[in-house]
Design a protein around this ligand. Structure first.
Ligand SMILES: NC(=O)c1ccc[n+]([C@@H]2O[C@H](COP(=O)([O-])OP(=O)(O)OC[C@H]3O[C@@H](n4cnc5c(N)ncnc54)[C@H](OP(=O)(O)O)[C@@H]3O)[C@@H](O)[C@H]2O)c1
Length: 245
């Protein structure tokens, strides 16, 4: 009998894991997306879209679907979903693994300023033409800053409240270093604000900032739930599942 796995996604790693396991007869993978992006890149295999309705809703869903294991491969900043997954898996008595790639590492010559929150980033901006790649939501931290100009890049349009002086660029990565350099030069950006997602798919902007000698404000990840089992790579997550089976 195959193992039914809920794979909470929304990341490249989740898609990679789904692609790797979808043809494996030992597993039945159900990928889950939040439904935030209007036209999401879908993983291979069965996919469901939308929230579960908190811990209670997810616990009920895990039971109804007779799920045997949960892999939380959501974005490192999707902390509400991760907490909900940990609690629901515990209630349903299921093994859970968090697939979380490591954060980025500063290189010699980089000018990175780590901050705990977007609010702290907004209070410590080292420039006046700010490239914000922190997503289309939670821009309220910058919404009262009329003294600076912001370049906001996101897949779907930014969600109000937004900064009064803002240009939105709607685009879906990954971007090359040359594309990032061209965008930053075109808009005469003088600092970058980003979350420490750690993804190689979104690291080109950091290389471009390094090339242009721009300071980077890096928002730290929210902490992982205590005692959580964590894998740093898709290989490790696949190995955990093979062992769990
Ligand atoms: N936060 C980021 O910077 C970021 C960046 C790139 C991609 N993403 C992806 O975008 C999605 C939403 O991120 P977020 O930061 O808004 O999450 P969040 O704040 O942690 O989650 C809020 C609620 O959205 C629903 N949700 C989140 N991820 C889900 C999933 N994979 N499947 C089903 N429901 C999900 C859950 O609703 P219920 O309580 O109703 O179950 C959850 O309580 C995640 O899948 C994440 O991997 C996030």
């Amino acid at each position: 009998m195959s193992i039914r796995v809920l794979l909470l996604g929304g990341t490249g790693e989740a898609r990679e894991l789904a692609g790797r396991l979808s043809d494996d007869p030992r597993y039945e993978i159900v990928s889950s997306l939040a439904g935030r992006v209007a036209d999401p890149v879908l993983p291979e295999g069965r996919t469901r879209i939308g929230g579960f309705g908190g811990v209670d809703g997810l616990t009920a869903w895990l039971r109804e679907e007779k799920i045997n294991a949960v892999i939380d491969a959501t974005h490192p900043f999707a902390a509400v979903m991760t907490d909900s997954a940990v609690q629901a898996a515990e209630r349903a008595g299921l093994p859970l693994l968090i697939l979380r790639r490591p954060g980025w590492t500063e290189r010699p010559g980089d000018d990175w300023r780590r901050v705990p929150t977007l609010e702290a980033a907004a209070a410590n901006l080292p420039g006046v033409r700010v490239f914000l790649t922190t997503g289309r939501k939670n821009l309220d931290a910058f919404a009262h800053d009329a003294g600076r100009w912001f370049l906001v890049r996101s897949v779907d349009p930014p969600e109000p409240p937004v900064p009064p002086r803002m240009t939105a660029v709607l685009a879906r990565g990954p971007f090359t270093v040359n594309e990032e350099l061209a965008l930053m030069r075109e808009h005469r950006v003088d600092c970058l604000v980003t979350k420490d997602s750690g993804s190689p798919m979104t690291a080109a902007k950091l290389t471009a900032a390094r090339t242009l000698d721009l300071p980077v404000v890096l928002v730290d990840r929210p902490p992982l739930p205590p005692d959580a089992r964590v894998a740093g790579t898709v290989d490790e997550a696949a190995a955990w599942l093979h062992q769990a089976g």
